[in-house]
Design a protein around this ligand. Structure first.
Ligand SMILES: Nc1ncnc2c1ncn2[C@@H]1O[C@H](COP(=O)(O)OP(=O)(O)O)[C@@H](O)[C@H]1O
Ligand SMILES: [Mg+2]
Length: 217
């Protein structure tokens, strides 16, 4: 097997913006790239995320270790200075799924709340994700990637998730699900939204009664 450590990821500035530049002398195909790292498929079941900074690698490994008893996270196989080897998750993102099917089914709402609950259980500081980071794996089991910020950003309500759901046109079904099945949690999000600073982009959350009343129509 070739050594994925030969792949180099560095930051360059393009038109004043930070971008990652990848040098890949191996045959491993790149399957994704973000702000922190680039991801390569090593085998049918494994991929490696290579980071520009050792900090990001350290924090992602830490989050995946913390979540190892969870059911919604890729398993961590190996971690090094600049990389993390984890399960390759096969399937469309929840964002692609919603686009294709034109809806966010109830089973997906339930699992998205389940993901947030696992993040809380594993004491993540950022209890948040977005639907582009949730993968619909076989048997419609949702799993979540990109955790290098899990302990570095603090967010007690899933604002990024709500923004991504609104963009995809499926915020309301999710809010109704949450209000009906997790009223305390929903009230907490509303409180955080109201008292929050820096929430301009976060959708306003209707009162619970309003949501539930409309639901019965
Ligand atoms: N475990 C994984 N399985 C399958 N694809 C993945 C996995 N991890 C990352 N990816 C792909 O690589 C992309 C970049 O990874 P991500 O963790 O979001 O990096 P960044 O922290 O730089 O945003 C993702 O959007 C996704 O397409
Ligand atoms: Mg990402």
């Amino acid at each position: 097997m070739e050594d994925f450590r030969a792949i180099k990821v560095e930051t360059i500035i393009v038109k004043g913006k930070k971008e990652l530049k990848v040098h890949n002398p191996t045959a491993y195909p790149m399957i994704g790239i973000g702000a922190q790292g680039a991801v390569f498929r090593l085998s049918p079941k494994r991929c490696v995320k290579l980071y520009e900074s050792t900090h990001s690698a350290y924090w992602e490994a830490k989050a995946l270790k913390a979540a190892k008893e969870g059911t919604s996270f890729p398993r961590l196989h190996e971690a090094g200075d600049h990389y993390v080897v984890m399960d390759y998750l096969e399937g469309p993102t929840l964002q692609e799924y919603v686009k294709r099917h034109g809806e966010l089914p109830e089973w997906a709402c339930a699992q998205v709340v389940g993901i947030l609950q696992e993040m809380r259980r594993f004491k993540f500081a950022r209890i948040d994700t977005r639907i582009g980071h949730i993968i619909v794996t076989s048997g419609n089991k949702l799993k979540v990637i990109d955790h290098s910020g899990a302990f570095r950003t603090t967010r007690r309500a899933p604002f990024m998730l709500l923004i991504s759901l609104e963009k995809a046109g499926v915020l309301l079904p999710f809010l109704r699900y949450a209000a009906r099945h997790h009223p305390k949690l929903y009230e907490k999000w509303r409180d955080k939204r109201r008292e929050g600073t820096d929430v301009d982009r976060v959708p306003r959350l209707p009162r619970m009664e309003t949501l539930l009343k409309e639901d019965t129509k």
